[in-house]
Write a protein that binds this ligand. Structure first.
Ligand code: 13P
Length: 252
């Protein structure tokens, strides 16, 4: 049985003071979250170190929102996978649609970042998802599979079998309109079956989490689907009570 995983992606929000307040509130509330639910937060880079120090006694796991595709060296403004691992980061989000659309990250760049994370013993959270236009044109399956196969083509299937894949339909991100549980399940089932068919007999431990307007009010229904192993939460993760309620729903 895969432990469910809930990840809060704080994106580029808040200040040092609000980041500390949020982690303290989460820390207090974690007691009410079942032990078998893994919970992680991805603060802005500038706040991570302080957030780690404030949460060192809890089971809250740390994630980074991004990682460099380069290993080391003269790469101004970048943060490497080894630097992340060095300060205790466990997960790193790669291929988020905001990075694909705002910073032009290609499937190849995302695969490079995934590889860097994997070789530094971080667990990559690979985001895949289609735009509204692609869905309407019937290309949802093609888009998400192309995004996933870019990783397999770069480093093979094994790293994906212990990673996390987040299905985040672009049209559901930040819009308040989540995919329906059935729409999400359909894509998750597709991803799971492709991973199984590529797995060459190895165990498929990949956790498939859903992201896109996840809230306390819709999370229980999403977690009721067979292939939804958790959530990648944006806006609602900035409110400790709301986020903790989502975490608790994962335990039911
Ligand atoms: P929202 O939950 O704000 O829609 O964001 C989802 C997301 O992009 C998480 O990575």
């Amino acid at each position: 049985m895969r432990n469910r995983l809930i990840v809060g992606n704080w994106k580029m929000h808040g200040s040092m003071a609000t980041a500390v307040d949020l982690i303290m509130e989460l820390e207090q509330g974690m007691e009410s979250v079942p032990e078998n639910i893994d919970v992680a937060v991805a603060p802005p880079f500038l706040h991570i170190d302080e957030v780690i120090r404030r949460s060192s006694n809890t089971r809250l796991l740390m994630a980074a929102q991004n990682v460099s595709a380069f290993e080391v060296g003269a790469v101004t403004g970048e943060v490497s996978s080894t630097m992340l691992a060095d300060i205790g980061i466990r997960f790193v989000i790669v291929g988020h649609s905001e990075r694909r659309s705002l910073f032009g990250e290609s499937n190849e760049t995302v695969a490079e970042k995934f590889a860097r994370a994997y070789f530094s013993d971080l667990t990559p959270i690979l985001c895949v998802g289609e735009t509204q236009e692609q869905r309407e044109a019937g290309f949802t399956e093609d888009v998400v599979l192309e995004q996933m196969y870019a990783i397999i083509d770069r480093i093979g299937i094994k790293p994906l079998l212990n990673a996390v894949v987040a299905y985040e339909p672009v049209w559901a991100i930040g819009t308040g309109a989540s995919a329906s549980p059935e729409q999400a399940q359909e894509v998750h089932a597709l991803l799971r079956s492709k991973l199984a068919s590529e797995s060459e007999g190895q165990t498929v431990a990949t956790r498939l989490i859903y992201g896109g307007s996840v809230k306390a009010s819709n999370s229980a229904a999403l977690f009721g689907q067979a292939d939804i192993d958790g959530a990648l939460v944006g806006g609602a993760s900035l409110d400790a009570k709301e986020f903790l309620t989502i975490c608790k729903h994962a335990g039911k």
